[in-house]
Design a protein around this ligand. Structure first.
Ligand code: NAG
Ligand code: NAG
Ligand code: NAG
Length: 334
């Protein structure tokens, strides 16, 4: 049955690629003002016509010079949201000069400390309450500045998300290193060009400082980076590896390495925890900053094609983790 669902969705995916701008049969509207929202993030919601019961929620922060509307119009998730009944929200950066996200200020890098991250979390909490979202299945996916914000959200709000998927990014806190006067939306050229090098312990200290009281379950994360990215140097992938393997309590070396996965010439390293993938780092050989989101890979990582009670999500307090799809299922059709 599972196999059948996947066959249908994979073939349908070709339709998505050939008509990337398909807007779906649901509605795209602005959310009402929510607080706290100190930097004035505006957030838009895509609601499919038919919601799943206790729907999952995916947050998609846009790239620099992008917008919520551009992210929605180019979204690879609309078809899947229509099919599986999950909700997607698109926050819009308040920094009009470059439309990047603030991923540098102490505020945004601190749990409940203010900044763009807090405005996004307020929108998440509003949508969770209003639409009865399954709080075990809240996810975040972004590219470039949106991928940096993905790192910020899973690092500063580990209590909110089940998983993140970041495409062409820098580690949590990297843009905040030596940010003069704690300027929000600061472009850290040293970090971008891969010159901010730290040990896993040093990176982990930065992540833990975001929410020092937190000792609970942390979201799993997958990161992707082009090997010839001239905007955010690929050294940042290795810094990410040190950061997240340390924060997530994983070994320095991966448990498994998959070549040509999920695309020819891409190499995916996988770290497992309790028998399930917890962190994945993929180097896309020959790819520049314009890395293409592999929709199926993200849907699989978030287990968004799963409908029912046995889907991947945050574990309940004291209860066994809900499992993600098996690796065989995840990679069978590649
Ligand atoms: C956010 O909007 C409020 C109300 O319009 C305004 O007073 C405040 O200065 C804005 N904050 C920022 C950081 O722009
Ligand atoms: C960062 O912000 C938090 C919360 O507002 C504050 O408690 C902390 O002292 C700040 N840290 C730095 C280094 O400014
Ligand atoms: C993979 O790399 C080979 C050798 O450099 C190249 O010929 C081929 O076009 C690449 N394939 C893709 C899909 O990028």
């Amino acid at each position: 049955m599972k196999l059948n669902t996947r066959t249908i969705s994979v073939s349908a995916l070709f339709g998505v690629f050939s008509s990337v701008c398909a807007q779906g049969s649901g509605t795209y509207t602005a959310l009402p003002a929510v607080s706290p929202n100190p930097s004035n993030v505006t957030t838009y919601i895509y609601l499919p016509q038919t919601l799943a019961s206790s729907p999952p929620l995916v947050v998609v922060p846009h790239w620099c010079h992008g917008s919520a509307l551009a992210a929605y119009q180019g979204s690879p998730f609309t078809y899947a949201a229509d099919t599986y009944g999950f909700i997607v929200i698109y926050p819009d950066s308040p920094w009009t000069a470059d439309k990047c996200w603030d991923v540098s200020s102490n505020e945004t890098l601190t749990h409940d400390g203010g900044g763009d991250s807090q405005g996004i979390i307020s929108a998440v909490k509003y949508v969770v309450r209003k639409y009865g979202v399954d709080t075990k299945r809240v996810f975040v996916q972004g590219t470039s500045s949106g991928a940096m914000m993905t790192n910020v959200l899973v690092g500063a709000y580990p209590d909110v998300f089940a998983a993140g998927s970041a495409w062409a990014e820098v580690p949590f806190g990297c843009f905040g290193v030596d940010d003069p006067d704690d300027t929000p939306d600061y472009w850290n050229n040293e970090c971008a060009t891969g010159q901010v090098i730290k040990s896993g312990e040093e990176w982990a200290a930065i992540v833990h400082a975001a929410y020092p009281e937190y000792s609970g379950w942390r979201p799993k994360l997958q990161v992707f980076h082009g090997s010839v990215d001239p905007t955010l140097y690929p050294q940042n992938l290795e810094e990410d590896v040190k950061e997240w393997t340390t924060v997530l309590g994983l070994s320095a070396t991966p448990d498994e390495t998959f070549v040509n996965t999920p695309v020819a010439n891409w190499t995916m390293r996988v770290w497992n925890k309790d028998g399930d993938p917890k962190f994945e780092a993929t180097l896309a050989e020959g790819v520049d900053h314009n890395i293409q989101t592999q929709v199926q890979t993200v849907l699989d990582w978030f287990d968004l094609e799963c409908v029912g009670t046995d889907c991947f999500g945050r574990p309940d307090e004291g209860v066994k983790l809900r499992r993600s799809s098996s690796r065989e299922a995840r990679y069978f059709f590649r």
